[in-house]
Design a protein. Sequence first.
Length: 266
Amino acid sequence: MSEIHVAVGSYVVDALDDAERAEFESHLAHCESCQREVVEFSETTAQLAVLSETTPPPALRGSILSAIREVRPLPPVDPEVTTSDEPSRPAVADSTSSSPPPAEPVLDELAVRRNRRPARVLAFAVAAAMVVALALGGWVVNLVQERQAQVAASNALTQLLSAPDVQVHKKTMNGAAVSFVVSRSLDRAVITGTNVPALPSGKEYQLWTLDGAAAIPNRLFTGGQTVQTWFEGGVKEASGVAVTIEPTGGSQSPSLPVIANASLQA
């Protein structure tokens, strides 16, 4: 691992692989500067903890650590610190004076290193905090969007069940209890169910609206512990609704047998 001194931040947040960690810990045992910075970084990153009532997805930690590995602190200060970018010039004897040349200021190297270290710690903390904020920000947005979708679906179902002409048809489909909930006035319908069996690979459930003897293809869905699939309209004039098992992607005409159906009242 090149520039081993700059791996302090990655080491603290556990972003090194096994070989890199072993190499750095071997270096750490003999480097007092890195030992101090490990303590300082550890104290700083402890402040980055984010509390949440909802447990983040498992993949979030990996994405954050992967991004943090790209954040590198400044390398250690060169012990031979000079106060000027210009090369030093040899003193020239002054033939007109016997006074010695003025003494060059003594630079406190340790003070310089101590002054620069907090800036390095702060820079790493800010960069790490930005990485965490960005990762959590995307996760929180997804969480909010999922919650909004759940609330919208719940409100839509409440509105459907409150319709004056609502019809609820309870059926059994593949051994699971399902219900067709329909409102002609709203032109809306949904199939709900619990513990609906999953189908073999290459198969899906397909909804149909019936117009006399004609079957009009509607949405596809899969099984699961909880099923709530809405029809894409078309129930206002329908004489019935049905479900069949079709190849993945659906069919334009239903395959027999029909595994669940309900006749709608006029």
